[in-house]
Write a protein that binds this ligand. Structure first.
Ligand SMILES: C[S@@+](CC[C@H](N)C(=O)[O-])C[C@H]1O[C@@H](n2cnc3c(N)ncnc32)[C@H](O)[C@@H]1O
Length: 288
């Protein structure tokens, strides 16, 4: 192991392959917070180490100090993006938190289907969509209520900061085990199952409804027009309260009056000045 650090520097992972000091951790945590809003406390030091040790091996660096110099330097943009990708948690699955899809089907889709059928514009945003299971679950629910949706002005915008996840979403190919969480009634209709393969592809109709784009929730939101429905689930937990409130407030600006916002099971909108009211479990409607 390279003894490059001063003996006074606190080493956070004592038996690690690479020396990882408190100063290295602080630099990385500050960059990740600044770029993606993700809060990393020192309790996450082992997680940061193990996720980034793979990056050090991949690019052939010997120390975290060298890695910090790379990501802080002018030529470090690509590696900064790879670092953010390594630090994000992308866990997701089809029809996760199924009550949102039940609410969508029973309480939201009747009005949205009528709007689309009469020539109206329907826009849905899956913000922090990971590898696509969430926006495709929305698409399948939309198709179930409105099979002609791909021919109407209906679109689901699916965004994430992690471009590797977006690439997987665009492909729309998932292990066949994913079928277990997709309602059986949709299998033959909206999915393309390979006869002998271990994978299943989301069918063309659902793929036609979803557009994947890179978007950092901390940056600007260049979309024009307002959304009828926003899903933003299981990402706010990684942000501090001020960032969460800024993003909730941003959603209020881009939702239609009475538009719906679905958030993650352990997330809450607590700031009373925000114009949302709780209408079902972790489901809000914009006032107006
Ligand atoms: C745990 S996944 C949630 C996926 C899906 N919404 C769900 O609930 O199953 C969190 C996602 O948030 C994304 N993410 C983290 N920080 C982000 C940011 N600043 N802007 C946009 N997406 C971000 C991650 O890349 C990751 O794909």
């Amino acid at each position: 192991m390279a003894e490059y650090h001063s003996p006074r520097e606190r080493v956070l992972v004592p038996d690690g392959e690479f020396v990882f000091t408190e100063a290295d951790f602080k630099k990385i945590a500050s960059l990740v917070h600044g770029e993606a809003g993700i809060v990393l406390t020192e309790g996450k030091a082992n997680l940061v180490y193990s996720r980034l040790a793979k990056r050090l091996r991949a690019i052939g660096l010997r120390t975290f100090r060298e890695y910090c110099e790379l990501i802080e330097g002018e030529g470090g943009a690509d590696e900064r993006q790879a670092m953010i990708g390594a630090m994000t948690t992308n866990v997701t699955r089809f029809f996760r938190e199924p009550h949102h899809f039940e609410y969508l089907k029973a309480q939201v889709m009747p009005a949205l289907a009528a709007k689309a059928k009469s020539g109206g514009r329907v826009r849905i945003w899956s913000a922090a969509c990971s590898s696509g299971e969430e926006p495709y679950s929305i698409a399948l629910t939309v198709l179930d209520a409105l099979p002609e949706a791909p021919k109407l002005d209906v679109l689901i915008l699916a965004t994430d900061i992690d471009t590797n996840m977006l690439a997987r979403g665009r492909q729309g190919v998932y292990p066949a085990t994913a079928l277990g969480s997709i309602p059986a009634a949709y299998h033959g209709k909206w999915l393309e199952q390979e006869r002998h393969g271990d994978t299943v592809r989301v069918g063309q109709a659902a793929r036609d409804l979803v557009r994947f784009n890179e978007l950092n929730l901390l940056g600007s939101w260049p979309m024009r027009g307002k959304f009828d429905l926003i899903f933003c689930r299981n990402v706010m937990i990684y942000f501090d309260e001020a960032t969460q409130n800024r993003i909730w407030s941003g959603f209020a600006n881009v939702l239609q009056p009475q538009g719906t916002l679905c958030i993650g099971h352990s997330e809450r909108i607590t700031l009373e000045t925000l114009p949302f009211r709780l209408v079902a479990q972790t489901t809000y409607r914009l006032n107006g």
